[in-house]
Design a binder for this molecule. Sequence first.
Ligand code: HEC
Length: 258
Amino acid sequence: MINLYQKYFAIVLTALFVFTPVAVFASSDNSHHPMAQSWPHKETFGTYDKPSLQRGFQVYREVCAGCHSMNLLSYRNLAEIGFTADEIKAIAAEDNVMDGPNDEGEMFERPARPSDRFKAPFENEAQARFGNNGAYPPDLSLLVKARHGGEDYIFALLTGYDTPPAGETVRDGMYWNKYFKGNQIGMAPPLSSGLITYSNGKSASLEQSARDITQFLAWASEPNMEERKKMGLKVLLFLLVFSVIAYTAKRRIWAKIH
Ligand code: HEC
């Protein structure tokens, strides 16, 4: 009796091992794995590349902000990536935000102040979907952390638009992207070579602008990364010094005993 159960169990187990990988491979998804890029801030004691973050902010402002909110950022946070107080005031004042109610109970618009959150392009999710063929442009504040592959994935996605392989058709309002899960994405290619002209007068290649916006988004999702690394270094140094002291103390104490 027991033998029969064992046999049955063994057969089920074998079937699981053999067929599960087949099923996974068979699911129709042509998405590629993003290529690993080198990011200065990902190195052990690496810091953010501030000029790149500033260029990335320009890309966000000129392109992505048309569809994507960044609700966790306030204009004044831009000081952390090297903008001056006056620059921040001017950047904020370009946006109008709702405020109120005033003394008469009315809501009113006013230019944004540094303490305001970044103005979102849409009032709510329904409006965002309505403006994007039903697809929802996610908030970008934490997206680098929220997506498997982080920076590498975002960079790959932005540079990964292509014509579909033979035999594949792209649905209406969708675009073929090598790195998006399922390959059909509801976001038209947002970047292209020459789309952005940086403040130094140079027009940016697709790769350059994708690199800069990715680094800006990485900073947004972990603005305290540099502090964290500095603290880690301090802790390591402390442990090192402490170990030396402990070792010396140990030798002294035991020296007396034998
Ligand atoms: C015209 C509107 C529009 C613009 C401009 C735009 N996006 Fe999108 N984006 C979308 C929509 C819509 C989606 C959702 C697509 C979907 O789910 O099929 C999306 C999705 C994304 C995603 C999520 C992909 C995923 O894995 O879910 C990222 C990342 C992204 N956009 C980054 C950007 C960046 C960076 C820019 C600026 C360079 C930008 N987008 C500009 C509309 C836009």
